[in-house]
Design a protein around this ligand. Structure first.
Ligand SMILES: [Fe+2]
Ligand SMILES: [Fe+2]
Length: 281
């Protein structure tokens, strides 16, 4: 039997996950503090050996396509700058949460499916942000990366009612609507609660919370639109299955000033970047 979730139960599970804690939190603080030096950032990263290894692995991936191999964190920080380093830190930490086999959601084929979808959405969001001249394309990347984070909590409940969810999807109902009816929360809303609990910034929280309903965002409207479009494009380019593929509302495109030619340009750029970002997975 499905059950409506209690907020206390959700918060308990969120606390248990703690993606940005301890050493990572110190790194993010150093990155966000304009007074901290490259040396401070490097020192904060080096406190965590696993994070250090991940940073070097991601920096040297095909996605960054650097001409020279980066052998140490000091070099990485100097070469890439703090915004890109922040993107890398989030990518490293998000991997530990999103690289998992979802048991409840239908058509998740392997442990990397959600993680690959998240990476392609991140890259898509960055490309869209660039086209729209959004204030911070790295922030858009992080919002895209974490947009479906709510699924990792909800999955534990979805798995008891997978057949019911599948039957409702087959009738053409939206996934978020089904989740809300069954549990009282959908994965976007739950992701927003997680972001708030983890003290992520408001734009990241809004990107997550409104990636299926950007017109409901009130404070950080643009990044919500970016996450919504990025998710739709990622589903189209790198499908998760035959569900959850909202097509982008033409009124949304018009609202943010993108025409068909822009969408084609964006789609081609994402296709070109897809293989490179997936080398990180
Ligand atoms: Fe979603
Ligand atoms: Fe998604």
């Amino acid at each position: 039997m499905e059950k409506k979730l209690q907020i206390e139960e959700i918060l308990k599970r969120i606390k248990f996950l703690k993606p940005i804690s301890g050493a990572t939190a110190k790194v993010i603080q150093a990155l966000d503090n304009p007074e901290s030096s490259a040396e401070d950032i490097k020192d904060a990263i080096l406190l965590d050996p696993a994070l250090t290894a991940d940073v070097l692995r991601i920096v040297n991936s095909a996605y960054f396509a650097l001409r020279q191999r980066v052998a140490n964190v000091k070099h990485a920080v100097a070469l890439l700058g703090r915004k890109t380093i922040k993107k890398i830190i989030f990518t490293a930490r998000a991997g530990t949460l999103l690289k998992r086999n979802l048991e409840g959601y239908p058509t998740q084929e392997n442990a990397n499916t959600l993680w690959e979808h998240s990476l392609v959405t991140a890259v898509s969001a960055e490309i869209i942000a660039e086209k729209l001249q959004y204030k911070d394309k790295e922030l858009a990347y992080i919002g895209g990366l974490l947009h479906d984070i709510g699924k990792i909590i909800l999955d534990q409940y979805v798995k008891d009612v997978t057949q019911k969810v599948e039957a409702e999807l087959a009738k053409g109902k939206e996934l978020t609507q089904i989740e809300k009816e069954l549990f009282g929360y959908d994965h976007a809303e739950l992701g927003g609660i997680m972001a708030e609990n983890w003290q992520l910034t408001l734009p990241i929280k809004e990107a997550i919370a409104y990636h299926h309903s950007p017109t409901e965002a009130s404070k950080e409207v643009m990044i919500a639109f970016i996450a919504y479009m990025a998710n739709n494009l990622a589903n189209f380019i790198c499908p998760l299955g035959n569900y959850h593929t909202q097509s982008t509302d033409p009124a949304v495109l018009q609202h943010i000033g993108l025409n068909d030619a822009d969408m084609e340009e964006i789609t081609l750029k994402i296709i070109a970047k897809k293989e490179e970002i997936l080398t990180i997975a």
